[in-house]
Design a protein around this ligand. Structure first.
Ligand code: HEC
Length: 144
């Protein structure tokens, strides 16, 4: 009886250990996949407000939201460096520069410059999404 319990208990302990390992691995993966989700949501929101402001000719709104973009993009560089995705590191730097150019044009009340800078900015979103964003459907994405 005692003997049997030791075997069974040992088995349960090993199983529990395996389960814990399994859970932490899954959690780690989920966290890794998520590290761009939050900043990108901020980027999406600021970009939406920025485009709306540009449509309404409200340079202050454009400038404020371009500043948010220029602040959020650099926080994602480490995630790309970790994956050794040099093109995405560069894409992030290009996006940051484009956001700063948008801010500069808005601050100078330069409508033509703003139009050009907005085009460049939009291009940086698009090229990175094409290369590195996998559409999982249902408005969910992950890094590819
Ligand atoms: C260097 C790469 C890169 C650049 C530049 C980039 N994105 Fe993303 N974006 C991603 C990746 C990868 C995802 C998917 C990440 C995830 O959701 O886990 C994503 C997801 C998103 C999402 C979905 C957020 C969500 O709910 O998960 C939005 C919105 C978004 N990006 C907007 C933008 C806009 C707007 C720009 C440009 C102003 C931009 N992105 C520039 C890589 C990039």
């Amino acid at each position: 009886m005692m003997f049997r319990c030791t075997i069974v208990c040992g088995r349960i302990a090993r199983m529990t250990k395996k389960l814990i390992l399994c859970f932490s691995a899954a959690l780690g993966l989920a966290l890794m996949a998520d590290e761009l989700h939050e900043p990108m949501e901020k980027v999406g929101k600021a970009n939406g407000a920025l485009r709306k402001g540009a449509g309404a000719g409200d340079m202050k709104v454009v400038s404020e939201n371009a500043a948010i973009l220029a602040e959020v993009f650099p926080t994602t560089i480490a995630a790309w460096e970790k994956r050794k995705m040099a093109d995405a590191v560069q894409g992030t730097k290009d996006a940051t520069a484009a956001a700063l150019a948008v801010k500069k044009a808005a601050d100078a009340n330069d409508a033509d410059g703003l139009r050009a800078a907005l085009g460049t900015l939009g291009g940086t979103c698009k090229s990175c999404h094409t290369a590195h964003r996998e559409d999982l459907g249902d408005k969910k994405y992950k890094i590819k």
